[in-house]
Design a protein around this ligand. Structure first.
Ligand code: SF4
Length: 114
């Protein structure tokens, strides 16, 4: 028996999956889909920062604009450690396009104009 806590909404349903794959405990189909994805390929949104030069700030906050496979989080963090951007940067500017071939971009989560 495996337990998955659904994080799709604040209710946080505890979804149980038995050895045959039968699920119980979800309240809606979004939760069932979340649990199915968690079993096959868990995904997460990543938030972090990258180095910014020519600015009063030293780090630019960034995030994925979608979920990426949890298994790639470490590699993506390594990619971000190598990134240097220059101001000005605008909210939602793409910092890394299609990171690790996921189809998801790393984007700026704030503007830094100088
Ligand atoms: S199963 Fe549905 S109601 Fe329960 S936490 Fe997930 S999304 Fe929310």
């Amino acid at each position: 028996m495996k337990e998955i806590i659904c994080v799709v909404c604040p209710k946080g349903c505890h979804i149980l999956v038995d050895d045959s794959g039968k699920m119980s405990g979800y309240t809606c189909l979004r939760g069932k889909k979340y649990a199915e994805d968690e079993l096959v390929c868990p995904k997460r949104t990543l938030t972090s920062t990258v180095k910014i030069v020519s600015s009063e700030m030293v780090r630019l906050p960034v995030a994925t604009n979608g979920d990426i496979p949890k298994a790639l989080l470490f590699e993506v963090m390594q990619d971000l450690a190598k990134v240097e951007v220059k101001a000005p940067i605008h909210l939602h500017d793409v910092i890394i396009k299609d990171v690790r071939g996921t189809g998801v971009d790393i984007i700026a989560t704030r503007s830094i104009l100088k």
